[in-house]
Design a protein around this ligand. Sequence first.
Ligand SMILES: Nc1ncnc2c1ncn2[C@@H]1O[C@H](COP(=O)(O)OP(=O)(O)OP(=O)(O)O)[C@@H](O)[C@H]1O
Ligand SMILES: [Mg+2]
Length: 238
Amino acid sequence: MTTNTDSESPVIVATALHKRYGRGDAFVEAISGVDLTASSEEFIAVMGTSGSGKSTLLQLLGGLERADSGSIHFEGNDICRMSDSAIVSLRRQSMGVVFQAYNLMPTLDAVDNVALPLLLAGMGRRTAVPIARACLNDVGMSHRMGSRPAQLSGGEQQRVALARALVNQPKLILADEPTGSLDRKNTHAVCELLCDVASTAGRSTIVVTHDPAVADYADRVLTLEDGQIAERMPMGQA
Ligand SMILES: Nc1ncnc2c1ncn2[C@@H]1O[C@H](COP(=O)(O)OP(=O)(O)OP(=O)(O)O)[C@@H](O)[C@H]1O
Ligand SMILES: [Mg+2]
């Protein structure tokens, strides 16, 4: 299963990232000189207080926000130097993103929400729908496949969002508080699932979390403080 290339080269390498919001005197230095390398099969947890820059970092890595300076090497490209449309196709093809606010399409049911990335990538409905159903089954949502987001609890929407992020077998999974609305039992279930999908050759998983129970599952925990990485702690060696 594992190829040498996949296991030896990092999946994503971010160097000297800076991101500032606002201008003049009223700016916020959200990310201030972050370096990050994520390896194949690595599950990284990003922690830090509210406002420390966690979501911003994830958005830079996913090309959803533009860095002011620095580079992000992924799949042979520097995301910081790509056009918006090229980033959109790269993300559709090779990334799975779970947003802090889920961002599900309100008019589509769970199956269609999960199938959407495949349909956008040009796959036919007949092929896409069974794959979407299988992903919903993996996150324990087989009983609510036909429900629209408004008919689902926060935790259920979060699991649909996770299924949608996994449906295209991405190289990079970026998840912002993927267990934020879940109870303890479902948090552990989603973490087990994330660990399982994270151990795929050629794939890195980066999860922002406030929850130490989620960080316990990670290979490595990065703590952000005022937009900078404060510590690197290999799990089990603290
Ligand atoms: N679009 C924006 N415009 C202006 N400032 C922003 C914007 N997005 C984030 N910020 C600011 O950048 C800083 C980092 O925000 P970010 O959302 O990355 O924090 P976070 O660590 O994800 O916080 P939380 O744990 O509350 O989700 C904060 O000071 C925030 O107010
Ligand atoms: Mg956030």
